[in-house]
Design a protein around this ligand. Structure first.
Ligand SMILES: *Cc1c(COP(=O)(O)O)cnc(C)c1O
Length: 396
């Protein structure tokens, strides 16, 4: 076992000391009258992170996967049509969940490395003259491939087709690390969790629902109990919770929101973009290729990298862990064995990223990769040196 941090998996992310301390707290009575003082501001302060002024935010003991289920079951009915593209492990798993809930899932198979196909969505929605499609599901940041989809383009496609389906977006590995504009993009349900951009332990599924999603809730017939928005709304109105809330995680979330706001959300996004660019320059210097098919698709929170022909990415990730005690992301699904992932989200600095690049470079050299030791690190160093002043200015 290694407990060495930083980790370079794309979630759970490194937990800053301040957050670990915030979560080390004694029991608090969630039925005491002052629980509302903790809960209400949390729900309010999450909205700007989702990019919304009008959404209702739901906090569940759970994870992002629970958030998917909350979004589906609260707004849809058995047999409803759902339009979704499969382009990675996370879009795949959400599809599987929708199928298991008895939804009529229309899958657009999309090459891994590509993002949500707005034009294909538009065509499918135009062809749905009877309005059987009730929701479009999009994974904003496909963590398996390091691909960021253009949600505004999906919204534009839905509008161009004049279709009234709900737009549900998985933002688990983007929200709080990359710009997310729920209102501007017309997103009806946005989903995240506590252990990625919020830098906390796993244990919270966080869902934001638009007024349109809440209207759909009134007629939706899929069975739900634990995740029922209505129970949550009825209790949180008075500052309560329908069951025992993970209070220590809520303390952590309070401090995480304060940290994000102290840095400034725009500065947080800029930091992620800068760290990501350094990683991509390292990849280019190694002569390797990222999985994202085009530059505009490249994620700011995770980079998936093909290993050269004849190498096994699982062996590389295992070796980095065994030899140096540092974790990187394995290739998931179709990418298993073919690609590895460097997570660069949450509480990270350029110095921390350089340590990861140095480590994976050593691991590649150990395994005989055609990569020259130091080239990736040097490329990232050059970029971070060139842009360091800007970052310091922004922080001042
Ligand atoms: C991590 C992740 C999930 C799964 O969330 P859990 O919190 O593990 O349930 C879903 N979607 C994306 C894009 C993710 O990165």
């Amino acid at each position: 076992m290694s407990i060495q941090n930083p980790v370079f998996i794309p979630g759970p992310t490194n937990i800053p000391e301040a957050l670990r301390h915030a979560m080390n707290a004694p029991t608090r009575d969630h039925r005491a009258p002052d629980f509302v003082d903790l809960l209400k501001p949390l729900l309010a302060d999450l909205k700007p992170v989702f990019g919304s002024t009008t959404a209702e935010v739901f906090l569940y003991p759970g994870t992002g996967t629970g958030g998917w289920e909350a979004a589906l079951t609260n707004t849809l009915s058995p047999g409803d049509g759902v339009l979704v593209a499969r382009y990675g492990m996370f879009s795949h798993k959400w599809i599987d969940m929708a199928q298991r809930h008895g939804l009529d899932v229309r899958v657009i198979e999309t090459p891994w490395g590509e993002g949500a196909p707005a034009a294909a969505f538009e065509a499918a929605l135009r062809a749905d003259t009877e309005g059987r499609i009730k929701a479009v599901l999009v994974t904003h940041n496909e963590t398996a491939t390091g691909v960021r989809s253009d949600i505004a383009a999906v919204r534009a496609a839905m509008d161009a087709a004049g279709h009234g389906a709900l737009l549900m977006v998985d933002g688990v590995s983007s929200i709080a690390s990359m710009p997310f504009e729920m209102d501007a993009w017309g997103v009806d349900l946005a989903i995240t969790g506590s252990q990625k951009g919020f830098m906390l332990y796993a244990g919270l599924g966080i869902v934001a629902a638009s007024p349109k999603a809440l209207a759909a809730m009134e007629t939706a017939c899929l069975p739900r109990t634990y995740f029922d928005f209505r129970d949550m709304l009825a209790t949180t109105k008075t500052g309560g919770f329908p069951y025992t809330p993970p209070v220590q995680l809520l303390y952590g979330l309070r401090t995480a929101l304060d940290m994000l706001n102290d840095e400034g959300l725009d500065a947080v996004y800029a930091r992620h973009a800068r760290l990501a660019e350094g990683v991509r320059r390292a990849v280019a210097a190694w002569g390797l290729k990222v999985v994202a098919a085009r530059p505009e698709l490249q994620s700011e929170t995770v980079t998936a990298i093909y290993v050269p022909e004849g190498f096994d990415s699982n062996a590389l990730v295992n070796h980095a862990f065994r030899a140096y005690g540092v974790s990187f992301g394995v290739g998931l699904g179709e990418m298993n064995g073919r690609a590895f992932r460097i997570g660069h989200l949450g509480m990270l600095t350029d110095v921390m990223v350089l340590s990861g690049l140095a480590t994976i470079e050593m691991a590649m050299a150990d395994l005989g990769y055609p990569v020259t030791l130091g080239t990736g690190v040097a490329a990232a160093q050059a970029y971070y040196r060139k842009t360091a002043g800007q970052a310091l200015q922004a922080a001042a």
